[in-house]
Ligand binder design. Structure first.
Ligand SMILES: O=P(O)(O)OC[C@@]1(O)O[C@H](CO)[C@@H](O)[C@@H]1O
Ligand SMILES: [Mn+2]
Length: 439
């Protein structure tokens, strides 16, 4: 029976998978408090919007909403009482993967599973509650929050937009493309602080993007931006494709499109693919609908620069300079070391790129196997064989997965601020080039 799995009153052992099984871990705090709170927040938002939902989807939908909210409350209760996870009961293709993966685990519960599994499973169960309805099948319970977060970021977007458009319009004259790229890379890194699952759904504004840049250096604990520049600006490479595995909608997505425009406008890539999520994910994560909605908002903006950027970016999509890719693998409950085996087509597609940028904390957890590495473990080792191409990660540190730090930095941080890994206040720009072609 699930309840008699004792939760160890300890921290996560070195090299162990993160899990709420370890009572003194951030994973435990997340599964115990934060995930239930995210469900409660989402229920509150659904209740507050039930009339709008009735207007938009019909009165039967409003009735079905009661069932959805009931199912979400059940899910919350299952988590809080540490039950075992059941199968996902829809015929969606990714559900089969979730169920096969679950079947391979022996007697796990929400608190004893790998944290990544528990957290992804919760969002997949949330999706199921809508899939099983008739009138709300495609409803995204996070859309309101994602759109609010965008609306709250109009000031920093106007600032960054003005700066980027100047760069883009002088692309030919500017001599210091490298310095500008690296500056945009760091501005993009800090865009990752805007993440609603981390702020428990509280919509924070993105703040002043350039303020970040002033005292920036001391907050970046690992800075491979020079190596990233070398790889991105390698025009002799047989591939001139650059990929971005994006993270959050709103301001972070805006910073992704800014650097993507800089890349193609300066001839650093001929084309780019942006990999988004296929279902509502970790509250903030970008879906195709959010991407299109963002371009539409920019085109309608009362800020001239944002309108011009919206028009440029819409053209890139129309002319296939940018392609938005939706693949179920990015919402699977497993880390990237599984990709070559379970999703070879995606692995092969990523291998076509000369460089891949991975954004955010969840991608970091998946790149490095959701393990509590010794922080000085080389990134190439922590990738556990994942290597479709040269890649980098732009991540603000929000949980206890970290590698590639030099010893003195890791010790300094532990002494300075014991919970430094849970704050999102420290950034990493880490590069790896150990390529493992598909077998
Ligand atoms: O990938 P992102 O958007 O940077 O962060 C995802 C996240 O908010 O979700 C989990 C917390 O529940 C952590 O992995 C991380 O804090
Ligand atoms: Mn995210």
């Amino acid at each position: 029976k699930a309840d008699d799995i004792t939760i160890m009153d300890m921290v996560t052992p070195i090299n162990a998978s993160l899990s709420a099984f370890y009572k003194r871990s951030f994973a435990y705090y997340t599964v115990k408090d934060r995930l239930p709170r995210i469900l409660t927040q989402t229920i509150d938002i659904l209740v507050r919007h039930k009339d709008n939902i009735g207007d938009e989807y019909g009165k039967e939908a409003k009735e079905e909403l009661k069932t959805v909210i009931g199912e979400m409350s059940k899910l919350k209760y299952e988590i809080q009482t540490n039950k075992t996870m059941r199968n996902i009961e829809t015929d969606a293709p990714d559900a089969q993967f979730y169920n096969e993966y679950l079947a391979k685990q022996t007697n796990i519960t929400y608190f004893s599973a790998i944290w990544l599994h528990t957290e992804c499973y919760m969002y997949r169960r949330l999706r199921e509650t809508f899939e099983l309805t008739t009138h709300l099948k495609t409803y995204d319970p996070f859309r309101v929050q994602k759109q609010e977060s965008f609306a709250n970021s109009s000031e920093p977007m106007a600032q960054l937009g003005a700066y980027v458009l100047k760069l883009l319009n002088n692309a030919s004259e500017t001599k210091n493309t490298k310095e500008e790229f690296i500056k945009l890379l760091k501005l993009n890194l800090w865009g990752n602080k805007c993440d609603l699952s981390f702020t428990n759904g509280v919509v924070e504004d993105a703040g002043d993007p350039f303020q970040m840049l002033t005292n920036l250096e001391s907050y970046i604990l690992s800075d491979d931006s020079e190596k990233v520049w070398e790889a991105v600006s390698d025009l002799g490479h047989e591939s001139q494709i650059i990929d971005i595995v994006v993270d959050n909608a709103g301001y972070e997505a805006f910073t992704d499109l800014c650097i993507a425009d800089f890349i193609v406008s300066n001839g650093l890539a001929q084309s780019m693919r942006l990999y988004v999520k296929a279902i509502p994910w970790f509250v903030s994560d970008l879906m195709v609908f959010d991407f299109n909605w963002t371009l539409e908002q920019l085109r309608k903006s009362d800020d001239d620069n944002l309108r011009e950027l919206g028009a440029r970016w819409t053209d890139y999509v129309k002319n296939k300079v940018w392609t938005v890719v939706e693949d179920d693998f990015f919402t699977y409950p497993v880390d990237y070391s599984y990709m070559a085996e379970v999703r070879p087509k995606l692995y092969k597609q990523l291998s076509e790129a000369k460089f891949i940028i991975f954004k955010g904390d969840l991608n970091y957890r998946k790149l490095f196997g959701e393990k509590n590495w010794d922080p000085t473990t080389p990134c190439n080792v922590a990738l556990q064989g994942f290597g479709p191409s040269k890649l980098c990660t732009l991540r603000t540190v929000k949980c206890h997965v970290i590698c590639g730090l030099n010893g003195s930095v890791a010790n300094r941080m532990e002494r300075a601020e014991p919970n430094w890994m849970e704050t999102g206040n420290y950034g990493l720009i880490q590069y790896t080039d150990k390529i493992n072609p598909l077998a």
